[in-house]
Design a protein around this ligand. Structure first.
Ligand SMILES: *Cc1c(COP(=O)(O)O)cnc(C)c1O
Length: 362
């Protein structure tokens, strides 16, 4: 039998989430952020499902090539911009916009004797201090870009560091820093990631850049995507491949970190960190066993997650049988719950699924 570990991508959930983002930011265009293989959901399937988006945001030119090869003609934005003069003809050939966040990139544009046509997204650092120019340079840089005959359009953008804290002070400070830039009236601008779409309507403006929300995921502490009307786009599942009776006092798994408090059934599910399930998920992290006779039962992991396998406390699932499906996350069990237990965010979980997991669409 083939290994039963699978990721099922819910195409209608992706479409629903795009419609939800549109409803939340009705006056904005939507850039669907699809970096890291569509947050691990599969670039081609995600971009086809989200073909109604106004643009796609990618991290690599190779991803733009894949989107074009899939036959999609949506606008595409290279979020970290180019880093080599040879990128310019590639961007032009694929009709991809570039972010300009550093003097080295402006130098490439200004040195281009071919005058390769390009659209630019000028990135201003309003306080995250990762990528971008200081706001004091925005006017000068915009003027230099627009002085280049090959640059047909400049969109002003910034990235928010703490938009997941709805009551926080950093986001208003970043919005104020952005608004202090002496903008050209009517000039397009873009500030919002998913959390700002959900919680900061004042930051929506012309373009929102939504990633996680489109996959039904939330990074807001204590909230799941469903709390915002989003639907998880991935179900990660496997099957029980063994059920073993283990005596009271016997240890389970590597380093004997968990000891049976009584005689009990231990289930073994065919998934582990070699599939992308986080090894950092501690004992007590829930999974759902879909008992063929007895319905869905939430049971805890016991012992360490290993490379190919995990062990489950089946005391609450008397009807469980070898072969029953086990759901690791999905609509019935939010990835946010697993991420919180493992000390990370749901984005990292979906991005970490490995190549041996088989993907399906539903
Ligand atoms: C990844 C990314 C986004 C999307 O962030 P989400 O939290 O997934 O919505 C938006 N803008 C930029 C520049 C990004 O790199």
């Amino acid at each position: 039998m083939a290994r039963p570990t699978s990721a099922t991508i819910h195409i209608d959930a992706l479409r629903h989430n795009l419609a939800r983002v549109r409803a939340l930011a009705p006056r904005s265009k939507i850039m669907a952020v699809v970096k890291a293989d569509g947050y691990g959901h599969g670039l081609e399937r995600v971009t086809r499902a989200l073909a109604g988006a106004d643009a796609f945001g990618v991290a690599t030119i190779a991803d733009a090539e894949r989107i074009r090869a899939a036959g999609l003609s949506n606008r595409i934005v290279l979020l970290s911009g180019m880093d080599d003069p040879f990128d310019l003809p590639l961007l032009h050939g694929l009709d991809v916009d570039t972010v300009v966040h550093h003097d080295s990139q402006l130098a490439i544009l200004e040195a281009d004797r071919e005058r390769t046509p390009v659209r630019a997204w000028l990135k201003i650092d309003t306080g995250m201090h990762r990528l971008g120019f200081p706001p004091t340079r925005a006017a000068e840089l915009r003027a230099r870009l627009l002085a280049l005959p090959q640059v047909s359009e400049v969109v002003l953008m910034t990235h928010l560091a703490s938009s997941d804290e709805f009551g926080g002070t950093q986001t208003p400070a970043q919005i104020a820093a952005f608004d202090a830039v002496d903008g050209v009236p009517g000039e397009a601008c873009s500030l919002s990631n998913s959390a700002a779409v959900l919680g900061w309507p004042g930051a929506h403006r012309d373009w929102v850049r939504a990633g996680g929300a489109l996959y039904g995921l939330s990074v807001v502490a204590g909230k799941t995507g469903a709390d915002f009307g989003l639907r998880p786009a991935m179900t990660l599942a496997t099957r029980l491949i063994a059920i073993n009776r283990v005596a009271a006092g016997e240890p389970i798994g590597y380093s004997a970190t968990w000891v049976c408090p009584e005689d009990m059934d231990i289930g073994v599910a065919a998934i582990g960190y070699g599939d992308g399930y986080p090894r950092s998920a501690p004992a007590g992290t829930p999974v759902i066993v879909r008992c063929a006779h007895g319905g869905d039962v939430r049971v805890p992991i016991v012992g360490r997650v290993s490379m190919d396998l995990m062990t489950l406390d089946l005391r609450g699932a008397a009807h469980a049988r070898v072969g029953d499906p086990v759901v690791l996350w999905g609509p019935q069990l939010p990835a946010e719950t697993i991420a919180a237990a493992a000390g990370t965010i749901a984005y990292e979980l979906t991005c970490s699924i490995t190549r041996r997991v088989r993907f399906f669409e539903a």
